[in-house]
Design a protein around this ligand. Structure first.
Ligand code: 5GP
Ligand code: ZN
Length: 121
């Protein structure tokens, strides 16, 4: 089903603006439900953000009808990682300010191109 981003967007949200193409970004993947684009301030040689077109503030706000979309975010990360030739990569969702979330439109970080340590900071 086609998602009507104008109906489901949040006017004040920068990621809604990117999804609705009201703000420029170099979109690297798009389907009816999600878009992916490079992070403005990358923390790894490859750093993409994968977001639902429909506004949702955070993972903590997801409910059962959103769970298929959540799977699609991860599936898109896998597609992008393969497209970019990454064998090792990290996916991150920060939920809430205390966990490092700074943009309140759900997004999955896809990071690659350098070693990553565990535990994260
Ligand atoms: P968070 O800290 O919420 O997990 O991640 C938000 C990410 O969004 C940060 O890595 C930040 O660099 C990125 N970001 C913030 N504003 C913009 C923007 O306008 N365009 C893009 N492409 N990325 C952004
Ligand atoms: Zn939004």
């Amino acid at each position: 089903m086609e998602v009507d981003v104008n109906q489901s967007g949040n006017e004040a949200c920068i990621f809604c603006k990117i999804a609705q193409k009201q703000m420029p970004s170099n979109i690297v993947y798009e389907d009816e439900e999600v878009v992916a684009f490079p992070d403005l301030k990358p923390i790894a040689p490859l750093h993409f953000l994968i977001i639902p077109k429909r506004h949702l503030s955070s993972l903590a706000d997801a409910t059962e009808p959103d769970y298929a979309m959540l799977g699609r975010l991860l599936g898109t990360a896998n597609i992008l990682a393969k497209t970019k030739g990454l064998t090792d990569f990290r996916t991150v969702i920060n939920s809430g300010p205390g966990a490092g979330q700074s943009v309140f439109h759900l997004h999955l970080h896809l990071l690659g191109g350098r070693p990553f340590h565990w535990p994260p900071g």
